[in-house]
Design a protein around this ligand. Structure first.
Ligand SMILES: [Fe+2]
Length: 476
């Protein structure tokens, strides 16, 4: 990857100043592509749309957006949308919507990414859309806009997919989609891909979109960026920095309503009475976009009209694998989560499972919920892909539930005054579950599940929990 790094050295760097706009790395240059890739390799762009990913607009009742990829012959972004009907004439009253097109060039050859935003949609309405490529339109893809006001729904929460995305992680994504039934959204807590020297980055985005398949085109996706969505960057003075990878802003047509300095990676979405607030921990920790995101977080929570508020970002406030918590984010964001009474904080990064209902520990948490005392924000870390980290020294006492060497998916059911959270292992067995009940005083109480949970999954020295070796790496 020498050429890649060398090319990045010429790119504009993010300085520590918070006022700068977010800068994206240039597309991977073409290092005379190896024969396994361009132009006809598995992940090369063709004359039919691939990597189709649907995003909600900031107001998910009235808008949505789509991103997709084609070969270089489709030089404009064109989509059609119509209300869905039961008969076959889907395109009869379809309107054509134009968008933006941007090139990308890498080991898989040249390609174009396209984005179209569908605006002025009706709430709680079924639509179909299709996107154009040089050899023809995609199939019509159905989706539904959110209701204008609160209505119950279910969403899927996934941790890092990152490694062996298609080979191993995909079955967890697909099990989640299959078991969830009509899930309205999927939220991803960062590190969707690894973007490291060991793999061609463009291949990984091919794997990630194939893992979700057309479900990612029909169910809006809310991704948070992880540190691995950034690529390494050496500043002129020789110090290491990071630049947002070229795929992120092309692959996701996200609402551009985030914090200064993290415009492409922070945003919020209002979906049926829930405000999802997506933050960029990497930009906060490494790239000077901490204060701006902290201010934006506070404003976004203060102005939230939602019944429930959920934060989504990568580096966890309370870690399950690392020796130290993410102190920068804990110092900046936890006081706001407490003061503004956020309900749920969904995170990744640690490649283990940990649910912290009370930072004082599981015992305090259980005593609190048994006594019906008010509950603060609940912090969850989870992992979907194959990479595993061992639990840290707090994992026996601080989280109510923790797991290592385990891939999981989570289903969250949102009701008017209840939020039901369930974590399932890859085989679909219930691993953790709790309910938040919102009282008339506006405060939550937490009820632990009475369902039988799978026994705690831990490594015992070299032995893993599946009668196979433990693969969890100890972070120190
Ligand atoms: Fe990760």
């Amino acid at each position: 990857m020498k050429t890649f790094v060398a090319a990045l050295m010429g790119a504009v760097a993010l300085s520590a100043g918070p006022a700068l706009a977010q800068v994206t790395a240039p597309p991977d240059p073409d290092p005379a592509p190896p024969p396994a890739h361009a132009p006809n390799g598995r992940w090369a762009a063709r004359g039919w749309a691939d990597r189709i990913v649907l995003s909600p607009a900031a107001d998910a009742a009235r808008g949505a957006a789509v991103a997709w990829r084609t070969d270089v012959r489709q030089t404009s972004a064109e989509a059609q949308i119509a209300e869905e009907i039961d008969g076959p004439l889907l395109g009869f009253f379809a309107r054509t919507v134009a968008g933006t097109t941007a090139p990308i060039q890498n080991e898989n050859g040249q390609a174009l990414y396209h984005q179209v935003r569908f605006e002025d949609l009706q709430p709680a309405t079924r639509y179909v859309y299709r996107v154009r490529a040089a050899d023809g339109w995609s199939e019509w893809l159905p989706f539904r806009t959110a209701a204008a006001d609160f209505a119950p729904f279910r969403f899927i929460y996934l941790g890092d997919t990152q490694n062996d995305i298609l080979e191993i992680g995909s079955r967890v994504i697909r099990s989640a989609l299959k078991e969830a039934g009509p899930a309205a959204l999927v939220v991803h807590a960062g590190d969707l891909v690894a973007q490291r020297e060991t793999k061609v980055h463009d291949d990984e985005w091919g794997e990630w979109t194939e893992a979700g398949g057309r479900a990612f085109a029909m169910t809006p996706q809310l991704p948070a960026p992880g540190n691995h969505e950034y690529v390494d960057h050496i500043l002129p003075d020789g110090t290491e920095s990071r630049l947002l990878g070229p795929h992120w802003p092309l692959q996701f047509a996200l609402p551009a309503n985030g914090a200064p300095g993290a415009e492409q990676t922070s945003y919020f979405v209002d979906y049926q009475g829930v405000r999802f607030i997506v933050l960029d921990g990497t930009a906060a920790i490494d790239l000077g976009a901490s204060e701006s995101q902290t201010r934006w977080l506070d404003q976004t929570l203060a102005s939230s009209p939602a019944r429930w508020n959920v934060a989504l970002f990568h580096q966890p406030i309370y870690t399950c694998a690392r020796p130290e918590d993410t102190e920068e984010l804990k110092t900046a964001w936890k006081p706001i989560f407490d003061a503004r009474r956020i309900d749920l904080v969904l995170q990744g990064h640690d490649h283990c499972y940990g649910r912290v209902s009370d930072p004082a520990g599981a015992e305090a948490s259980r005593a609190n919920s048994d006594a019906g005392r008010p509950q603060g924000p609940v912090y969850v870390v989870s992992v979907t892909g194959s990479k595993m980290y061992g639990l840290n020294d707090r994992a026996d006492a601080q989280p109510v539930r923790a797991a290592e060497n385990t891939e999981l998916y989570q289903l969250v059911d949102v009701e008017a005054d209840r939020l039901n959270f369930r974590a399932f292992t890859a085989t679909g067995r219930l691993y953790d579950a709790f309910t938040l009940v919102k009282g008339e005083d506006g405060l939550n109480r937490l009820i632990e599940t009475e369902e039988t949970l799978l026994a705690a999954r831990r490594c015992d020295g070299e032995a893993g929990p599946d009668d196979r070796p433990c693969t969890a790496e100890i972070k120190d």
